[in-house]
Design a protein around this ligand. Structure first.
Ligand SMILES: [Fe+2]
Length: 171
């Protein structure tokens, strides 16, 4: 696509040459499966990956948990924010229930277990910084999800199903 000029003339950028040399373009991911497919995550959930930033270790995605599903107990090593898109969900450890439009902010060091009792399940967009540690019912560490875990989750699904890897997801 040919870039279009801006709608208004901006004041000169004092470091335009540096921006041109070292800056990065933002990304766009359309709503369809051709831009980013739903990738199964366990038996009752799927993830639609939106962004991988290997410099900061941050990822963005939509988590879809089907009704009655849960995501195992996990602890965050970085800040996470989420906006609920559909259905409802919560954490067993907290008394709130997130519904469409609800905003959730999770801080490093907190641990909790996600559930969705809603017959419609839930969809929420998450922006995740740092790693997430997952634990089994005995409290033993089972997995660490960092930016490379999320990339592998996406790429291995694409390769197994003959789907193209969307470079727009990598910023
Ligand atoms: Fe969490």
């Amino acid at each position: 696509m040919t870039p279009r000029p801006g709608l208004i003339a901006l004041p000169p950028e004092p470091h335009q040459a540096i921006v041109d040399e070292f800056g990065l373009e933002g990304g766009f991911v359309g709503p369809g499966e051709q831009d980013s497919p739903w990738v199964p995550f366990g038996d009752s959930a799927a993830i639609r990956h939106l962004s991988f930033d290997v410099r900061s270790g941050a990822v963005a995605n939509i988590l879809w948990v089907k009704g009655g599903g849960r995501i195992g107990t996990h602890r965050h090593r970085g800040a996470v924010s989420a906006i609920t898109l559909e259905g409802s969900w919560g954490y067993y450890e907290y008394d709130w229930v997130a519904t469409p439009g609800s905003f959730v902010y999770e801080t490093p060091g907190t641990a909790h277990t996600l559930y969705s009792d809603d017959p419609k399940g839930m969809k929420a967009m998450f922006w995740i910084n740092g790693a997430i540690e997952f634990f089994d019912d005995a409290g033993q560490l089972t997995d660490t999800f960092d930016v490379f875990w999320f990339i592998n989750h996406y790429v291995s699904h694409c390769r197994a199903n003959g789907l193209p890897i969307n470079q727009s997801l990598f910023v």
